[in-house]
Design a protein around this ligand. Sequence first.
Ligand code: ADP
Length: 168
Amino acid sequence: MEVLILPFLIMKNNCAIFPGSFDPITKGHVNIVKRALKIFDNIIIAIGANQTKEYMFSIQDRIKMINIVFKDNPRVIIKSYNGLTVQFCEKNNTRIIIRGIRNHFDVEYEKNIALANNTMNKNIETIYFDSSKEYQFLSSSIVKDVIRHKGSLENFLPNNIVNYINSI
Ligand code: ADP
């Protein structure tokens, strides 16, 4: 009996967090979440509400947009957080941080953050997903520029997010 219960308990904890600004969520982010769901049972999308950062979209809008994309997937949990990502991991009992890598700038940037996080909590590991080829160029910053200049968003954002942005 115990032998049967143990794998179940391990599976139950197979949860990772995907922290970020998601200002707004792009097809690049969605691609990372979908691929991470092949490995983890649950993904917590953790939206940073960093007071020193300037966002285009409010925390409510960013949550709403992610919710629109994943509303039919109970394995995706959406939360917002202030403070350090390691503290969020500790509160949510998760040890895995997922990040996406598009280019060598991302590698350098992410490596230092991952080392700092692991220094603060030795149990926390960061796992990187290489960006899919078609989204390697894509960032929320590019999207924000396109929004400011009223350009076409269809290639960058899921359709229902384009509709949401056009409605606010
Ligand atoms: P942050 O401000 O924390 O960098 P972002 O929302 O910009 O938040 O990014 C969150 C994560 O998603 C980061 O790991 C980033 O590298 C990754 N990411 C963003 N866009 C893409 C993309 N097009 N392909 C793969 N990963 C991406």
